[in-house]
Design a binder for this molecule. Sequence first.
Ligand SMILES: NC(=O)c1ccc[n+]([C@@H]2O[C@H](COP(=O)([O-])OP(=O)(O)OC[C@H]3O[C@@H](n4cnc5c(N)ncnc54)[C@H](OP(=O)(O)O)[C@@H]3O)[C@@H](O)[C@H]2O)c1
Length: 238
Amino acid sequence: MAETRIALVTGANRGIGFEIVRQLERLGVVTVLSARDPVKAQAAADKLLSEGIEVGVVPIDVDSDESCAAGLKQVEELFGGRLDILVNNAGIMQDGPSTGTTAMNVSIETIAHTFNTNVLGPLRLIQRAIPLMQKNNYGRIVNMSSALGQLAEMGGNWPAYRLSKASINVLTRVFAAEIGPGNIKINSMHPGWVQTDMGGANAERPVDQGAETAVWLATLPDDGPTGGFFKDKKPMAW
Ligand SMILES: NC(=O)c1ccc[n+]([C@@H]2O[C@H](COP(=O)([O-])OP(=O)(O)OC[C@H]3O[C@@H](n4cnc5c(N)ncnc54)[C@H](OP(=O)(O)O)[C@@H]3O)[C@@H](O)[C@H]2O)c1
């Protein structure tokens, strides 16, 4: 019988993260629902419980070193030092076209805040998760990126968001190179344009479809890819 895996999903109180938790649990992965606001995290967990899905809750504000350290420590204690899967889903977008933000007028504050959440948050957690994964020679790290961070198709607008998502792809490549080809795999992905608070009501995809590639990367077989960028379970250009 396959071993039960332990997963942590950030920013999981709503949107794609919430759906990733739901889908991982349906596959039998013991999943920790993490959110920066403990009240929202518990409300999300209660919603899943009403569907018959019981999840642990760990508050993590990915903007904060202390919160990331405390959250990972809590996971370690809950599961006897284990963490098999980390989904870096939490993210913000403060500079979409409707805000009138361009590369010419974006504030350093917007860039710094976006970078802290979308890049340094994942970095804080990956640095702490890999030693736990190495203990069991098993790890799957999923970095939620975006087509807006894709250099191959780079355009204007969303300057802070684009910078942050290009940078999370750099994290994926650098960690993959340093970890090497073993059984700890780290990949980036684009979920498509998804109907969430961030994606808006006019987005193309329902949230369950937006979560699918994350769940696939989170449960890759031992001969699965590492250091890649994926959409719909297929490689996409950087
Ligand atoms: N929707 C799309 O079309 C789309 C497309 C490409 C990529 N993505 C990426 O997919 C991921 C999920 O997006 P989504 O559409 O589900 O967005 P969403 O509905 O806006 O949800 C974002 C989640 O991130 C959390 N979050 C924000 N800052 C955080 C922090 N400092 N610490 C912990 N959690 C934090 C939010 O928590 P609060 O409720 O506390 O704010 C919320 O749970 C993001 O990384 C996004 O960039 C989305």
